[in-house]
Design a protein around this ligand. Structure first.
Ligand code: NCD
Length: 332
């Protein structure tokens, strides 16, 4: 079964969220609109809505993460779900238990959702194929393949600042080759109808078939940034590089680092995004990272609302008695 088939239920609603690829514009827009309705929950005195009360969500992280894991945890808690955090490095898989046996045990504890991060591409899809029918899986990043909630929080942040996508020119800059974030961003931007998507980086860090994804490949940073509305920066994913992709970080910064001079080529009101962790002085200068056009910390805040939206949509399907997604304030 393809990822596309597995992530929708028989009524075409999201059952798992494994990749943005193949989803409709309507589903992506629903995620953004639902996230919008959750955005103020974090500003209330009581930062909770009761939508997923009684549900149990397990964070299954096979790879280290700070932002993604904690914002998934906060999202689940703000929806009133119970949350388990399993750090797989210290779990019994390190005592030889297979991943499937671990899943069977978590199912026996009546978990309703697994949020999975793994350094292997396809891991979340594998788990989705093997879980019991009532369990949903959300991909929190798999290898170089996909990071769909990151891409959706980036889209949410862009939409809040810039409105509709069809007028926007967006640049994705840096290590596209190893980036699951870039792959998901490219799918999301093209499904949402962005006017132009440019990918900018050295030849060694851009996949050879990049232009088949409907993006413009540019190797010169200044030319690529010319007139864009949003700049999506990426980290050099050293841990995924086998061999020499770059001369040196210093030289990389000279050619592809975003500083006030290079950013001046974008539109005067262009915003700067980065999924984090940022490497100051490698891909981005501190004056830009901390400057007025950076929305990097807003992305972190928005990540909670977007993850709440996805969790509420996949677990709130179906039976209204069991709490079908009702956005806060929506008519009953
Ligand atoms: C990204 C990831 O892990 O893929 N970060 C994140 O989720 N916040 C990007 C990265 O590690 O560079």
């Amino acid at each position: 079964m393809s990822v596309r088939d597995i992530q929708l239920d028989d009524k075409g609603r999201l059952r798992h969220f494994l990749t943005v690829e193949g989803l409709s514009r309507q589903i992506l827009t629903d995620i953004l609109d639902t996230a919008e309705s959750f955005a103020t929950v974090g500003e209330q005195a009581v930062k909770k809505v009761p939508l997923l009360r009684g549900k149990t969500i397990t964070n299954l992280f096979f790879e280290s993460s700070t932002r993604t894991r904690t914002t998934f945890e906060l999202a689940a808690k703000r929806l009133s779900a119970d949350v388990l955090n399993i750090n797989v490095a210290t779990s019994s898989t390190s005592k030889g238990e297979s991943m499937l046996d671990m899943l069977r045990n978590l199912e026996a504890m009546h978990c309703d959702m697994f949020v999975v991060r793994h350094n292997r591409s396809g891991a979340a899809h594998f788990i989705a194929r093997h879980v019991a029918p009532h369990i949903s899986v959300i991909n929190g990043g798999d290898g170089c393949h996909a990071h769909p909630t990151q891409a959706m929080l980036d889209m949410f942040t862009i939409r809040r600042h810039k409105g509709e996508f069809n007028k926007l020119k967006v640049a994705i800059v840096g290590d596209i080759l190893h980036s699951r974030v870039a792959r998901s961003q490219i799918h999301a931007l093209s499904i949402l109808g962005a006017h132009e998507i440019r990918v900018i980086g050295p030849k060694t860090l851009i996949p050879r078939d990049a232009s088949t994804f409907g993006v413009h490949v540019v190797h010169d940073l200044r030319a690529g940034l010319s007139d864009v509305d949003a700049v999506l920066m990426l980290r050099l994913q050293r841990e995924r590089m086998e061999g020499a992709f770059l001369p040196s970080e210093h030289e990389y910064f000279q050619l592809y680092g975003l500083n006030e001079d290079t950013l001046a080529h974008a539109k005067p009101d262009a915003i700067v995004l980065h999924p984090g962790p940022i490497n100051r002085g490698v891909e981005i200068d501190s004056r830009v990272a901390d400057g007025a056009r950076s929305v990097i910390l807003e992305q972190v805040t928005n990540g909670i609302a977007v993850r709440m939206a996805v969790m509420a949509m996949v677990l709130g399907r179906g039976n209204a008695d069991e709490g079908e997604v009702r956005r806060p304030g929506a008519e009953r």
